[in-house]
Design a protein around this ligand. Structure first.
Ligand code: FES
Length: 147
């Protein structure tokens, strides 16, 4: 078994609920695969489709529908900065220019719309880590740590 097959098998097993087929957990499986691998490659789609008894088109359709999934590896770490209403009201727009300057050449700033922590914004996410109550200094530190 290849290392990729090992990872896919392990992550599918993580979502196996016994009587409930793992194919019902396609979205969380894809999220875990992306967290582990950084992106969802064509090889990953092929292995996942085969293991879950789905067509490659079915898996590819889900991957391409949700813009959160990447099909190519990012060269730089990705920082997801929430710019939805609650984070806007808590001042995220004042942080955007500084974040982009701090990230230049070291990280990619991606805009997202709500990370589910609206009351403690402005918020950002790096990998599966959420960062709340950001100010310019915390955001810069976070970018430095991610790069
Ligand atoms: S609006 Fe930013 S986390 Fe919900």
């Amino acid at each position: 078994m290849s290392p990729l097959e090992d990872i896919v098998t392990e992550i599918i097993a993580r979502h196996d609920r016994g009587s409930e087929p793992a194919r019902g957990a396609l979205l969380p499986i894809l999220h875990d695969l992306q967290a582990e691998l950084g992106y969802i490659s064509e090889d990953t789609i092929r292995l996942l489709a085969s293991a879950l008894n789905l067509t490659r088109a079915e898996v590819h359709g889900v991957v391409s529908f949700y813009h959160d999934f990447r099909t190519e590896k990012h060269a730089l770490p990705v920082i997801k900065l929430c710019r939805a209403e609650a984070c806007k009201a808590r001042g995220v727009e004042a942080l955007v220019d500084g974040a982009e300057q701090a990230a230049a050449g070291r990280a990619t700033i991606e805009t997202v719309y709500c990370l589910g922590l609206c009351s403690v914004g402005p918020n950002a996410m790096v990998g599966d880590q959420l960062h709340a109550r950001l100010d310019a200094s915390k955001l810069e530190q976070m970018i430095g740590a991610a790069a």
